[in-house]
Design a protein around this ligand. Sequence first.
Ligand code: ATP
Length: 314
Amino acid sequence: MVEPVTRDGILIQARGLVKRFGDFTAVDGIDVDVRAGEAFGFLGPNGAGKSSTMRMVGCVSPPTDGELQIMGMDPRRDGPAIRARLGVCPQLDNLDPELTVRENLTTYARYFGIPRRVARERAAELLDFVQLAERAGSKVEPLSGGMKRRLTIARAMVNEPDIVLLDEPTTGLDPQARHLVWERLFRLKQQGVTLVLTTHYMDEAEQLCDRLVVMDGGRIVAEGSPRTLIERYSTREVVELRFAGETQEAFAGKLDGLAERIEVLPDRILLYVTDGDGAVAEVHARALTPASVLVRRSSLEDVFLHLTGRTLVD
Ligand SMILES: Nc1ncnc2c1ncn2[C@@H]1O[C@H](COP(=O)(O)OP(=O)(O)OP(=O)(O)O)[C@@H](O)[C@H]1O
């Protein structure tokens, strides 16, 4: 395989990247560097501009403005050459229901000019990898959502890509199916494949991403590893209190001085603290009796809330 052309190990570089649809700006001047071998995430709520960014990187939607270099090439000029070295797993499964599981891979391989024999071998290996070997001869339709997603991931690997783009790889899957997809993606990462994914699940971002950018309204609001983001923008622990009866605001005033920061949401109050159990003891010492109390560690959801004042999933 040709060595990827990189600048200092950077496979994807965006500077001031913009995507507009008419008057509407979906991606508003973002700077991104994705390094070879890392799992890089775009985390943000619906409408943040993640898919629009992925489509520009996938060379299916031209940038309106700014610079974009992928493996040292320019998508405006070198789209076909870039696409040949990308694997793409779109948000909606676009598998061919007329074909069998195996044929979905071998037919796709033909678009890349892969000889039939090689395609069959590769399809067998990939079906093994995504644990669908037993379904190779069956049609796509009866597969579960998780199986279809794994097949789409296998299809994205057919051309042995340098970069795999995954748009919301586990949206719509049940917890067990999600874990299986994560586990396979984790293995790809271990094999040195560069993964670029979008997600609005903070646990997915925490599980898979070495580095990520947090997007909101077309802009990047923070960047770093999940751990550094949590350390920078949150506290060690979070206490979630739910009060029954009146609105949560009615209780917030009674919690003054209990936490480094307090967030009041419509259904709960979050106390950002170092010592969760200590804070709970203090709540009870003030004769307050929440209907439920949960002490947990901080997550990327807290980072997003701190940066934007909103939750990731409404
Ligand atoms: N082809 C289009 N024409 C007009 N507006 C668009 C188009 N594609 C996306 N948008 C708008 O751009 C904004 C960003 O959309 P985008 O799909 O990039 O967001 P996202 O972060 O990926 O969210 P989602 O998880 O819903 O896909 C949205 O407000 C969307 O309605």
